[in-house]
Ligand binder design. Sequence first.
Ligand code: 5GP
Ligand code: ZN
Length: 115
Amino acid sequence: MMENSDCLFCKIVKGDIPSSKIYEDDDIFAFNDINPQAPTHILICPKKHIEKIASMDLEDTALIGKVIESAKKIAEDKQIEDYRLVFNNGSGAGQEVFHIHLHLLAGRPFAWPPG
Ligand code: 5GP
Ligand code: ZN
């Protein structure tokens, strides 16, 4: 598995930094956000280190599809009907950890536009 030794989420995926794991398979690792912004706030990562959506290769498209499919399955397992999925791309959009992750947020109302 391609990884970046300086990356926080690569360390979480490997288990070098502990996390509250929600789901794992060969390609995906999902865990609770340490600073939740909603009653449910789960981060779904590809295990492969990709910095952000904008740096994806075409061949990563199926993997990102699997990230979204994992969010759908996690929501189904938790019987969550309404949720928000967010990829922050770049620091100007709020990205702080440069390893792609999908935020799954639920359990409270969400404003639109998001602000
Ligand atoms: P971003 O701002 O990059 O889209 O999201 C990064 C998320 O990672 C933030 O919501 C932040 O709370 C979460 N986070 C940062 N460090 C850790 C950590 O060590 N463990 C966990 N579980 N979440 C983290
Ligand atoms: Zn990484």
